[in-house]
Every structure is written in structure tokens, then in C-alpha cells.
Write a protein that binds this ligand. Sequence first.
Ligand code: PLP
Length: 387
Amino acid sequence: MLYFDHNATTSVLPEVAQFVARALSDVPGNASSIHGVGQRARQELEKARRAVSSALGATPGELVFTSGGTESNNLAIFGIVRRFRGRAVHVVTTTIEHPAVLEACGQFESDDAEVTRVEVDSNGVVNAEAVARAMRDNTVLVTVMHANNEVGTIQPIREIADAVLARRARGQEIWFHSDGVQAFGKIPFEIRDLGVDLYSISAHKVYAPKGTGALYVRKGVSLASTIVGGRHEGGRRAGTENVVGAMAFAKAVELLDSNASVRVAALRDELERQILTSDLHAELNGFGVPRLPNTTSVSFPGISAENVVIALDLKGIAVSTGSACSSGSLEPSHVLLAMGRTREQARSSVRISLGAHQSAEELRQLSETLLSTVARLQSKKGARVAV
Ligand code: PLP
């Protein structure tokens, strides 16, 4: 199988899988137990925390392990908003966030808080000044993703952080969260340079198993609990820690190749060049703006992306119709609609997301099969996308 759906998930690196297999028997303890078995688990957990936090440029105390990106986003959003229970607060976000952010915002909107969803331009980038203009004196949280999972566009996080910091400097209680699930491991950055207070990451996007993530919580930022129970993770996230999950996350992070992005971007650019210079009807979504090196989203007018995905799957190639969370749904992508695409254009969009270890030969096979498949589907008389 040739796999081009790395924004949905990555496969576990063989080194990480071997490491996990050993850790499952070598580190059986509960990190909260005071005996030796527990203390060994604690040591490994803290070692993993040092490794993952250092990859972000954070300190270990600023990292809370969670069950994944969804929980990290929920912890950041509910953790801030619930501190202001009973007060009329306001939150700013964008129209292209992951459902783990949009649904969380939607939930507390019905309990008094107000939410402004700032629109993006036709390339899928939000304007930092528009986000700043949306902030009010009762805004307690701004949440804007670092990189979009469907089209790969990178958002102006630093500029938005500056607007948040300016308000905080005038005494406003306001925090900035960014969903970095797709950016982490794909583009280089230091968390301090981004200027965020909270930042979500997930292990299964960086070649570690599913079910582990982390939230960066800048020193001094306090959160209301969302999962209550024991005093795990410094009282910020109850539940026996997934020690082996954290160890696997750290191992995968150590193995991240900082040079991969240049090579992957060159492969992706070549694929796009082949699509655009072919005879096919094709339009790229999110083009000519800063974006992830591995992602391309392309509309093939007149045909349904689902048919492309199925036809390629039959030939042993995995691509996607959008995000994994929405690709099972009949609704067209909210991200593409937010970018001003019609329902028909959104329905005809295919997402291709490359992995850090893929070869030029794999890309050649994808390009050849994709171009011939789309040509065949587009030439079918009367081919139409159901909207
Ligand atoms: N945020 C973004 C941008 C994502 O792409 C994803 C996963 O696709 C998530 C959050 C959710 O992360 P997880 O699958 O670890 O819950």
C-alpha cells in the first residue's frame, strides 16, 4: 500500500514499535506508586516529558501529557473558560479550526459565553488584524490553529500573539491557545517565539502510537480541571499516566528529522507541478501562502473526490477526501467552504499528505496513477458531483 494520508495519522516507526514492545514489559509500574516499580515508571515518564518539552523549547513543568490532540484542545479551551464561570466572557477563534476546537467553543456558547469565528481568505489564511479587531475587553481566550489539517496553511500565530500580549499588558485577563497538532514535527519553531500560552500536540501525527498527546501550558498559566480525580500531571489532568505512550511519543520526537521538510516539500511541489501542467481540470486549495511542506489539497472539477479515493484505493494508494474526522461524513469540508469554495468544489477536493520518509519513486507512482484515474473519471460523460 502506498500511503499518502499522513495528516490523518502516521504509522509507528519500527524503532518506536520495538522500543514500545520492550517498555511494556520493562516499565509496568504506576508512576504514582512509591515503590521501586512505580519510581522506575516515574523516572521514565519524566524523561519523556523532558524530551518532548525540549523539542518544543519548553521546560518539563510546562508539559501536560494527555490522550491526544482532541483532549489537549479541550483542556486548553475549557480549562481557561471555566475559570470565569458565571461571567459573560468572549472567545475568538477561526472558521477553519479542527472540530476539537469548534465543537468545544460551540458547547460553552450555549452557556452564556460568546464566540467570534473570524473568517479566512480564499487561500485559507486568517488575517491577524481581523483576529485582533475581533478581541473585546471581555475576551479571555483566543484559539487559532498553527497549521490547517486539510489544506496545510500556516496561520500568523506570532502576530496574533502580539495583539493578545498588548491587551494583557493593559491588564486584561486574556490567553492565547494554538492547535499545533499538524505543525509540530513538520515545521521548525520554538514555542517562546510563537508567543502562545497554550499549545496542543499529538503523538500519532509524528510516528508514535495513537492515544497520547500533550498540552504546553506556559509557566504561570492556570487551568480549571476538565478531567477530575487524582492529582496527576501536577493537578492539571487526572488519570493514571500512560507511561509507555509518553515514552513512545518521546522516542518518536527524538527520531524526527529536521531536514525532512525541505525534501518532502520538493516532492510535494513536483507532484503539484505535474498535476497543474497536465491536461486535467485541477485547482489547488491554499496555494502561494505559507503552508506545511507535506500537504496538498486539490479540486478536480466535475468529479467526486470520494470516487478518486475509492479508485486509488483499489490500486493500493491511500489519499483522503479531507480530514479523517469529516471524511466519513456527507457534508463537504467546512474548511474549503470557509475559503469560499462552492459545495461542488469542496466535494471534488482530494487531500494528499506526504510522510517524512517517502521516496521520489513512491511519488512518481502516485502521480502516474492519480493523473490517469482523474483523466478517466473526468472524461466520463455526464460525470457530476452530488451536492
Ligand atoms: N487538531 C488537528 C489540527 C488535527 O489534525 C487533529 C487530528 O487529526 C486533532 C486536532 C486531533 O488530534 P487527536 O487525533 O490526537 O485527537
